[in-house]
Design a protein. Sequence first.
Length: 486
Amino acid sequence: MSRATSPGRLLLLAGAFVLACSAGVARADFTRLSALADDGFAISAEARLLDGAEETLGSITPDRALTPASVTKVYMAAAALNRFGPQYRFTTRLKSEGDVDSESGVLNGDVWLEGGGDPGLTSENLWRLVQRLHQAGVRRINGELVISQWRFGPVACVTTDRCEARTRVDNAYSAPLSSAGVNFGSWCVNVAPAEAPGEPAHITHCDGPQALTEVDNRLTTRADGSATRISAERVTGKHGDVVRVRGQIAADAWPRDVYRGASDGAAQTADTLLAMLGRFGIPLSGPPRVTTAKPPEAAETLAAVDGKPLQELLLRTLNYSNNYMADVLALNLVETPGAELADAGAALEAYAASLPGHGEVRLASGSGLTPENRATAHGINVMLESMYHQSALFPSFVAALQSPENGVMRFIRRGPERFQRNVMLKTGTLNEPRAVRAVAGYFRTQSGRWGVFSVLVNGDRSTPYLNWSKVLEPLSGDLAEMIADR
């Protein structure tokens, strides 16, 4: 038999119901992400709305300066767009003081390649330069090929990876920096299986059969269906760069390209351009050389090639987190010749300082490879908000970020659907000397409002291993609730 409920008890139940409902719709924040602090990780995080009445949706010590790793590239992209504009193109030129004999096609004088600081300069661009030189009637050069990197280069190494790469490297991201660099400062070889198991694999240069650098082929062809395991490194000795390839490749495997950083970016350009001249049958009377001097004032342009528009360069730089391109772009922000990474960092700091309310920042490179870089979640959001309000620049800027659902980096394809489809971001990763996982970008709420978010998580020697799932899983859940609640 049920017992009647008193009016007082009804009021208590009603009050409890209201409180429960209020708790259920409480403002989303970084509740999940904040649990990382219990493991000793330092966190700087902030998420807030932009359009309409600005509102902070969540924060964890947003003014704490931490290492941003490759999120630094977002500063570089913003500064470059503000300086040059989305359609700016870097130009590479061939110049000479000499005259071309119209009958013999002999150019009497040195030919200078003036590096224009194009971070996307490729062999295809050099091929077009030589093609245009040939179209100008040049059939022989009675002089030297001179590679001028007067704008910047060779840039001193300031990170362990790049310093070690002067003699040995097993990656492409540590490539040397130069205003006259080509192919992202890396050698490229194409690896393909031989016709029969047991034979050495076929290794050719990506630009064609002519050798651009020595190859030490220790790669063996195995039977169909075998595992393919390839390791490669570039070593440098008395006679220049050698690309050493080891391991095995299945006889039915597809050919693949392997990239390894060169030891000298401008010297690599000299070798590549010399090979292009050879294919057009244009000989020189002397060996190529590299200089930091400008081409002579009297030198005239014989051929020129424009690079991709800046907005396309940024898309590749940020989507693939290309360290070479990021640092070359940052070096282009320095007006004085002979720029070093510290000068590029100072240019980025000056840009950040121009943003009202930005606050503390320390940037020693444009790539974020330098662990000395420091930024705050609040400062990054100030920069993101500044770009959001620039209608002429924002489309190119946000397009260079990744959507988790369609991200080039597979590890970001996780989290709730709202996070996957309503966020554009840039990530940053470092493992030495400290663990760093950083994320920053934009989000759209369920009602269509724009917001910015930045999250920096830093560990130390005493914290456990930090993988991306430990950051993205809680972050995606927190952001998904923020998106849904507004």
